[in-house]
Write a protein that binds this ligand. Structure first.
Ligand code: CP
Length: 319
């Protein structure tokens, strides 16, 4: 594996999941692999899970870790080639990425979408500008359109929790939120679910359709109760409108909050959410804290998702 920014960097999904589960059983089995090497984790946006799980994954592999919070602890970056930098942006990504490449053997970067410029976000302008000037492997810590480390952890969690011979029914349901959020987690989860043996349904109010490039193979159902019928896993997530880009639509969709009543039509489905969650806005406390919640297990598996990806990249660096 050279980089990890989307599912297209993975040659064998099932093998990657099985290797992650082996690392979970024996987290220090490759503790010398990263010896003498350094990973830089660059954050243009906040994080709890991605930051700490990737840091711990790196430490389990013997890597040194450096963290840079751009904007807060570092200079604000300019991304536009040829920019006349007479404004508030102090350092060009061309210089920053080249410098970081001299200190680090691998770089992880978190770069959320602006939710203002649809074309730039859709084309992963920020991530691609960074990668253009970075000279070492890059791992996405969530970009404008995808969150692949989250999706890998989600798939690891489903694999652990499912022990029946039939395919599970997995439902991704839109949930209410107080502010516009990126589509990245939903896009990525859909992209991964469409490539593994599950029956996959996405449900959301009309107007919240994801870009179709992420949903090829999914069933789209606008009626949440119909979608939840017979579900084995329910993934709860808010996202803003893609078509009316970055907006919360004016209709009141508060009834999309997932609670015990809405779950009655499922097959005692397990609940998933990537966190952070707005309790009692997206889903109820009862579900979050109850026996059907896989949410803490999901967060725990972020460690093994990051660790297996860093292991693959380190092994390819050593070849
Ligand atoms: N799920 C997730 O990516 O969490 P953080 O934003 O806290 O990293």
């Amino acid at each position: 594996m050279k980089n990890f920014t989307s599912l297209s960097d993975v040659s064998n999904i099932d093998k990657l999941v099985q290797e992650a589960l082996q690392l979970k059983a024996n987290p220090l089995s490759f503790r010398s692999l990263g010896e003498g090497k350094t990973i830089g984790l660059v954050f243009l946006n906040p994080s709890l899970r991605t930051r700490m799980s990737t840091q711990k994954a790196a430490m389990n592999l013997g890597l040194n870790v450096m963290i840079l919070n751009v904007n807060q602890e570092s200079w604000a970056w300019e991304f536009e080639d040829g920019a006349i930098m007479n404004g508030m942006k102090v350092e060009h990504v061309k210089d920053a990425a080249a410098v970081i490449s001299q200190y680090c053997d691998i770089v992880g970067i978190r770069c959320f979408p602006s939710l203002q410029n649809k074309e730039e976000d859709t084309n992963e302008y920020v991530l691609n500008q960074f990668m253009k000037y970075c000279q070492v492997p890059v791992v996405s810590l969530e970009s404008a359109t995808r969150h692949p480390l989250q999706s890998l952890a989600d798939l690891i969690t489903i694999t652990e929790a499912w022990n029946q011979p039939r395919k599970p029914k997995v439902v991704l349901t839109w949930a209410p939120h107080i502010k516009p959020l990126p589509q990245a987690v939903a896009n990525s989860f859909s992209e991964w679910m469409c490539k593994v043996p599950v029956d996959f349904v996405i449900t959301h109010p009309e107007g919240y359709e994801l870009h179709e490039s992420f949903t090829q193979g999914a069933t789209i159902e606008y009626n949440q109760q119909k979608a939840l019928q017979g579900a084995d896993f329910v993934y709860v997530k808010n996202w803003s409108s893609y078509h009316n880009y970055g907006r919360i639509l004016p209709e009141n969709n508060d009834h999309w909050l997932l609670n015990e009543k809405s779950m009655q039509v499922t097959q005692n489905a397990k609940i998933m959410h990537c966190l952070p969650v707005r309790r009692n806005v997206e889903l109820s406390d009862v579900l979050l804290d109850g026996p059907v919640s896989l949410i803490q297990q999901q967060a725990g598996n972020r460690l093994y998702a990051a660790q297996v990806v860093l292991k693959e990249i380190l092994q390819s660096l050593n070849q």
